[in-house]
Design a protein around this ligand. Structure first.
Ligand SMILES: C[S@@+](CC[C@H](N)C(=O)[O-])C[C@H]1O[C@@H](n2cnc3c(N)ncnc32)[C@H](O)[C@@H]1O
Length: 330
């Protein structure tokens, strides 16, 4: 499989991850290996690169395109929530930089043949990992109407969720809905054209996104990852997360903030009594967005938001704290 692929916000990712200064880096969403290639080009010759993707095709593609870096790369097919197992296998205690570039890749949309795109006539599958059991077809044909509507509303933020679910249920009473194009047509028929004419996106965009998120348990995986991330980063290690969905971005923002300000004392307490110390320093107070020029060149970047945090080095932190205390006493 070959394709032209432009990774999103590469310059910003390299700026924050500083692959030239660390030793161990993990790209946990390899996709078309665009970011991976850029990272590896800057990685020192004794550096180690870990690449993960739950899509088998992404791993075989990476084996080809990353072949020039052989010897420094370790590729794993699986969920990024299993990063600790990969580290254990490699006997690596922690990583200096982690990249998560969430969502679907261009090659999944264009070449996978698994129904990720509403403009192609493919089986309604949408599994990133072919070992998973649930397909989009199962959700579309088997979920009760109210659950289907709730899924479209929650994961797709789809305004017409109820209408679309109703239409799907009436069609599936006559036949099983099996392909992406069939579903795309059903959605277009369910939503009044005059109500969507002003939308810049196809009427089925949000429905497809919602189903993909549900099939791949994308929010649960991100949540698990964020819960455990602190243990996997080395002191001063950084994590870059590129998200394309407001729910994901909110999860990242909330978790980073909780790790930066863990103190649970009421604001009117004169001093902290919970003694919870910050573990992260957030480097992007607001999410970094792609430039207009990048969006023009690469429409996939349109909704990208990048957030970056650094794990606090406790030794440095305690030294700074003691210096501050000394200054206050004097
Ligand atoms: C937006 S693409 C990444 C593109 C990549 N950064 C590049 O430069 O080509 C997202 C990739 O993450 C993978 N992915 C999504 N969720 C995952 C998870 N929980 N574990 C591992 N890989 C995942 C998808 O299979 C897809 O290949």
């Amino acid at each position: 499989m070959s394709f032209h692929h432009v990774p999103v916000m590469t310059r910003e990712v390299l700026h924050y991850l500083k692959p030239g200064q660390g030793r161990v880096f993990a790209d946990c969403t390899l996709g078309g290996s665009g970011h991976a290639t850029a990272l590896l080009k800057s990685l020192p010759s004794d550096g180690l690169f870990i690449g993960i993707d739950r899509d088998r095709d992404a791993i075989s593609h990476a084996r080809n395109v990353l072949a020039p870096f052989k010897g420094r790369i370790h590729l794993f097919h699986g969920n990024f929530t299993r990063l600790p197992e990969c580290l254990q296998q490699l006997n690596v205690p922690a990583v200096d930089g982690i990249l998560l570039d969430l969502g679907v890749s261009l090659q999944q949309l264009e070449f996978a043949g698994r129904g990720f795109s509403f403009s192609k006539d493919e089986p309604l599958d949408m599994r990133m990992d072919d070992r998973s059991t649930m397909r989009a077809e199962d959700l579309v044909n088997d979920l009760p109407e109210d659950e289907l509507a709730a899924l479209l509303k929650e994961f797709g933020e789809e305004r017409w969720a109820k209408k679309i679910a109703k239409r799907i249920v009436s069609v599936r009473a006559t036949r099983r809905i099996r392909t992406s194009l069939e579903l795309s047509r059903i959605v277009s028929q369910a939503v009044p054209a005059r109500k969507t004419a002003h939308r810049r996106i196809h009427p089925a965009t949000r429905v497809f996104m919602a189903l993909r998120i549900a099939v791949n348990a994308e929010l649960e995986n991100l949540n698990t990852f964020l819960e455990e991330i602190v243990d996997w980063l080395s002191p001063s290690g950084r994590i870059c997360i590129l998200s394309f969905h407001s729910l994901e971005d909110r999860m990242v923002k909330t978790r980073f903030k909780a790790l930066e300000h863990p103190c649970t004392c009421p604001p009117d307490f004169p001093r902290c009594t919970c003694h919870r110390e910050p573990v992260f320093r957030v480097l992007t107070k607001r999410p970094v967005r792609p430039s207009e020029a990048e969006v023009r060149e690469n429409p996939m970047a349109r909704s990208a938001r990048l957030r970056v945090a650094e794990k606090i080095d406790r030794e440095v932190f305690m030294k700074e704290k003691n210096t501050q205390k000394g200054k206050t006493v004097a």
